[in-house]
Design a protein around this ligand. Structure first.
Ligand code: PGA
Ligand code: ZN
Length: 424
């Protein structure tokens, strides 16, 4: 009798821990024939309102962040729904997961349960044919290595709001390889640390490993980052440029944008103008969420102006890795680039649909990790496997970040693939 290889036999969950010391879930899949796959759900801190939500226990224990209910769902719901399915049929697997919870934000099943199960299946499917996940997803297409966006200073929700801007990152369009881009970035990270130390402002790191943002103003942070780039002898704006995540939804109170560090309250137009002014005066090449997730008019106005400056406008909170939102964004001109976070979508299939919508709209794409992360490297394999040209996983320090950058280095080494060139 022929052995059937690649049917899902067992789905198990376990509690593991993320980079903020919070519990999260890992799902492990075992198939007939012995192949296994596993994945861990990441967790965001500045979440879009429309993204899939994690199922947490609430109550006093672990700050309410326990995952016992999520783990119970893995055993009671996911295992019976997926058992016997063909592991190579990701669409049906994800459809079954969606049928367990038709609510738009997966509040009953848990976005954390869905994404860990969906990704674990993809890993198991790749294992059944003994291929790396990126190669399994890409097929015979020639791989391209994504250009990294790497955090130097953390801020916003990742640094107790010590700085209004959430993420000050660098991108190295002038680098000839991923390896070189990391070397340049490491030099900039060290230079930024020296500059902070010289002014007595070195105070540890924020959630994603970027330096803690001890600044007098948001502009001071931008100027310091520019100086750090220049201190390494690289041409700011040419070799190396700045990418900002304003995460502006977090700045909205009473219908206005509050830049608390600068002591100003701005309406949508003034907020957009302020960010555009930073784009003109500093070597900024990319801006994420410059205005709030509900401020479509402001986003459209901003994106039209940013286009004139050659600045990429990235939608995180406003798009939440949703195909229908990407289509609306394309029609309304809100942004021109999708930030793809699989756990916002809940399943791999839904994330792939958002990517397909982005490509149909001629949008760029950045694959992104979350601020709460682990050693899981799924996002790297999705980025390469889906041919996504940019990758954002935080700073160049801390194991949950370097696990991902180092995985890209291994793929670059194994394939000799060239670095993507999303910026002409
Ligand atoms: P989050 O933020 O993972 O904390 O939600 C990351 C981002 O805004 O890009
Ligand atoms: Zn963001």
């Amino acid at each position: 009798m022929a052995l059937i290889v690649g049917q899902i036999e067992a789905v198990t969950g376990r509690r593991v821990w993320d980079s903020r010391g919070r519990p999260t879930i890992e799902v492990e899949i075992r198939c007939s024939g012995g192949a296994t796959g596993r994945a861990i759900a990441p967790a965001g801190a500045s979440r879009g309102r429309a993204e899939a939500v994690d199922l947490r226990d609430g109550g006093p224990k672990l700050g309410g962040l326990g995952v016992q209910r999520a783990l119970a769902n893995v055993g009671a719901l996911v295992q019976p729904a997926l058992r016997g399915l063909d592991i190579s049929d990701q669409a049906t697997i994800d459809q079954r997961l969606r049928e367990l919870d038709p609510s738009p934000n997966l509040e009953r099943l848990g976005g954390n349960v869905a994404v860990a199960a969906s990704l674990a299946c993809a890993w198991a499917a790749a294992a059944t044919v003994q291929r790396p996940l990126w190669r399994y997803l890409l097929g015979e297409t020639v791989p391209v290595i994504p250009l990294p966006e790497i955090q130097i200073f953390g801020g916003g929700a990742h640094a107790s709001r010590r700085l209004d801007l959430q993420d000050l990152m660098v991108v190295c369009p002038g680098a000839t390889s991923f390896d070189e881009a990391l070397e340049w970035t490491a030099e900039i990270y060290l230079a930024a640390g020296r500059l902070m130390a010289e002014r007595g402002a070195l105070a540890g790191v924020a959630d994603e490993g970027g330096w803690w943002p001890h600044f007098d103003s948001n502009e001071d942070a931008l100027a310091t980052l520019t100086r750090a780039i220049e201190a390494t002898g690289r041409q700011a704006g040419q070799d190396v440029a700045i990418a900002l995540d304003v995460a502006a939804s977090e700045l909205v109170r009473d219908g206005h944008y509050h830049l608390d560090l600068d002591g100003v309250t701005l309406d949508s137009e003034a907020m957009g103008d302020r960010v555009l002014d930073w784009c003109r005066r500093f070597p900024v090449i990319s801006v994420e969420d410059p205005l709030g997730e509900d401020d479509m008019e402001g986003l459209s106005r901003f994106t039209a102006a940013a286009k004139q400056l050659g600045v990429q406008v990235v939608g995180d909170d406003a798009l939440v890795t949703s195909a229908s939102r990407v289509k609306a964004a394309a029609a309304g001109g809100w942004v021109d680039t999708l930030l793809l976070k699989p756990n916002q979508a809940g399943t791999l299939t839904a994330a792939a649909e958002a990517l397909a919508a982005a490509r149909a709209a001629d949008f760029g794409c950045i694959a992104s990790a979350r601020s709460g992360e682990t050693e899981d490297v799924s996002i790297v394999h999705l980025a390469v496997g889906w041919g996504i040209a940019q990758l954002k996983v935080g700073s160049i320090t801390r194991g949950e970040r370097t696990a991902k950058w180092n995985e890209v280095l291994r793929i670059e080494d194994a394939t000799g693939a060239g670095l993507a060139r999303p910026f002409p």
